[in-house]
Design a protein around this ligand. Structure first.
Ligand code: HXC
Ligand code: NAP
Length: 282
């Protein structure tokens, strides 16, 4: 789908790049020639991932530790990445924290920990990059990984829902404000893409997982490469006129949940003759 070396000469910082979707997107960017900087709290995991990706693609992957909640650690990452690669072109805000719980069971600290990682972490990194891009007249690009419930809201992961909604609003707000500097910001709202990090915390039981897959019209999970290719398009120059938008990639999951009559899926096909008789001509 993409030309080799599509991202050659581009340097991309991926927060939460050592595991899950961040790792898959980092590998795709690296395969397409980018210099990739992966960051998170656990240096050992990052270093292993960096080595693994670099061995596959032959391109440099730098592993740098930061807690996105700490602005000075993020600034250090930016400084080190510039020293190594000369400049930074793209920021992928992918790091997150989440777990399922009835909201009334949460402590204040449990709420804070998610909001701090997801919302504060994203604006911390975005602000640091924006200052650097504006000062150096670099037309940067930000891609934020949100969720479909950033738009709809949802129970049982409320700290994550309100934080992702904030990240989506940040995407739109800054797209309008920073467009004049040539800076683009977009978001992706993925449906379910199995990762160890998400599955341990959101679907601890197989039975919970079965309920989930049944409500996806395409009756399957997303494949990491499908998300990685969408992310590639949105960070590449091919999407140069797209900004402030959110692209959903969820097999139709959220629309199926929202559409008023989609529950008719549960009617057996043999029952439609008698239903039609009752309805026709009325
Ligand atoms: C209630 C909980 C809890 C739980 C933690 N807490 N887990 N409360 N139910 N299951 C409370 C703790 O008791 C504590 O509050 C507070 O939260 C902080 O917990 P810590 O364990 O000290 O925090 P920390 O070590 O910083 O870990 C952060 C974390 C953890 C978010 C809790 O899960 C983590 O590191 N996650 C990173 C990766 C991740 O979450 N990936 C999934 C992303 S999936 P008290 O008051 O007791 O001290 C996603 C979208 C999915 O985002 C959409 C899928 C379709
Ligand atoms: P994951 O593997 O658990 O990824 C989360 C990453 O964030 C980890 O690498 C983690 O690394 C990092 N992180 C957490 N707290 C951090 C902090 N304070 N500072 C820096 N890094 C931190 O889960 P995932 O499923 O791939 O999720 C990736 C993104 O996709 C998230 O934004 C998530 O909300 C989104 N998403 C996922 C799905 C899905 O189905 N998987 C669906 C919708 C949206 P450390 O622990 O080393 O810090």
């Amino acid at each position: 789908m993409f030309k080799d070396n599509l991202l050659k000469g581009k340097t991309i910082i991926v927060t939460g790049g050592g595991t899950g979707l961040g790792k898959s997107m980092s590998e795709r960017f690296s395969e397409l020639g980018a210099n990739v900087v992966i960051t998170s709290r656990k240096l050992e995991i990052l270093e292993k991932t960096a080595e693994e990706i670099s061995a596959k693609t032959g391109n440099p992957v730098l592993a740098l530790q930061t807690d996105v909640r700490k602005p000075f650690e993020n600034e250090k990452v930016i400084e080190t990445a510039i020293e190594k690669f000369g400049k930074i072109d793209i920021l992928l805000n992918n790091a997150a924290g989440n777990f399922i719980s009835p909201t009334e069971r949460l402590s204040y600290k449990a709420f804070d920990v998610i909001v701090d990682i997801v919302l504060k972490g994203t604006y911390n990194f975005t602000l640091a990059m924006g200052k650097y891009w504006i000062e150096n007249k670099i037309p940067g690009t930000v891609l934020n990984i949100v969720t479909t419930y950033a738009s709809t809201g949802t129970g049982y992961v409320v700290p994550s829902a309100i934080s992702k909604a904030g990240v989506l609003n940040l995407t739109r707000s800054l797209a309008a404000e920073w467009g004049k500097y040539g800076i683009r910001l977009n978001a992706i709202a993925p449906g379910p893409f199995p990762t160890e990090g998400a599955w341990q915390r959101l679907f601890p039981d197989k039975s919970l997982e079965k309920t989930l897959i049944n409500k996806i019209p395409l009756k399957r999970y997303g494949e990491h490469i499908e998300l990685a290719n969408l992310a590639t398009y949105l960070v590449s120059d091919f999407s140069g006129y797209v900004t402030g938008d959110v692209v959903t990639i969820d097999g139709g999951e959220w629309l199926a949940g929202a559409g008023q009559f989609n529950w008719l899926d549960s009617v057996k096909s043999g029952d439609w003759d008698s239903i039609e008789k009752k309805v026709r001509g009325k």
